[in-house]
Design a protein around this ligand. Structure first.
Ligand code: 13P
Length: 254
């Protein structure tokens, strides 16, 4: 049985003050449930502050990205080993904003996935198609290729210690959520694709949905058999919204 996971991705948002107040609210909410996990991925500069305020609670935390290198002359990058030192459990890799604005290829994302795992972090691999690809019926082809690059670099068993987040680019920050039927169709496909390499891996891996997921639509999305939770952008910056999403996941957890 896969545990439900509700993860926030703050992106490039927040102040010291909002970090402290949001983390306190989320940690208190996370402490109410033992059958669902809540986590926040924060801008690297705030991870120490997240650790200070979440330590000892059931709230997990992570980074929004990692570099492929642990140390050296790589100005401005964030080392997986350094991130791990601040108590992170997760590291997002391959978010569409990194792929798009920083030209990160699937092969490079696969190397970040490897570096994160080697440092003891659980990678959260983001995959998803553009509006153009969606309209052309290429969704499955796109997500398969993004997953295959990681399998080629790391092997299928690497997904025993990873999370996948399906985030259709056309749904991110647009208010246009994929319907539960569309999202479930892609999640089911992803699981079938993984099963063509390993049934055990396909059954075990958590697949989150991301893209305008909020307190109003989370429950319906999370009720789908292959949707194990959400990766939440905008709504994770609001204490009441994100706590309601955690509550919605907990209400479905058996
Ligand atoms: P929104 O929830 O703001 O659409 O963002 C989704 C996302 O990109 C999470 O990683």
């Amino acid at each position: 049985m896969r545990q439900r996971l509700v993860m926030g991705n703050w992106k490039l948002n927040g102040t010291k003050e909002t970090v402290v107040s949001l983390i306190k609210a989320f940690a208190a909410e996370a402490n109410k449930y033992d059958k669902v996990e809540a986590a926040i991925c924060a801008p690297a500069i705030f991870i120490g502050l997240v650790e200070e305020n979440a330590k000892g609670s059931r709230l997990a935390w992570g980074s929004e990205d990692v570099d492929v290198n642990n140390q050296g002359a790589f100005t401005g990058e964030n080392s997986p080993v350094q991130i791990k030192e601040f108590g992170c459990k997760y590291a997002i890799v391959g978010h569409s904003e990194r792929r798009g604005y920083h030209n990160e290829s699937s092969e490079y994302v696969a190397k970040k996935f490897k570096a994160a795992q080697a440092a003891g972090l659980k990678p959260v691999l983001c995959i998803g198609e553009s509006l153009e690809e969606f309209e052309a019926g290429k969704t499955n082809e796109v997500v398969d290729a993004e997953i295959k690059a990681v399998i080629d670099e790391n092997g299928i068993d690497a997904f025993k210690n990873a999370v996948i987040a399906y985030e259709p680019i056309w749904a991110i920050g647009t208010g246009k959520t994929a319907t539960p039927e569309i999202a479930e169709g892609v999640h089911k496909h992803i699981r079938e694709y993984l099963a063509s390499f390993s049934k055990e891996v396909a059954e075990g891996v958590q697949i989150l949905y991301g893209g305008s997921c909020n307190d109003k639509n989370a429950s319906e999305l999370f009720q789908q058999p292959d949707i194990d939770g959400g990766l939440i952008g905008g709504a994770s910056l609001k204490a009441d919204k994100f706590t309601k999403i955690i509550e919605a996941a907990a209400a479905l957890a058996k």
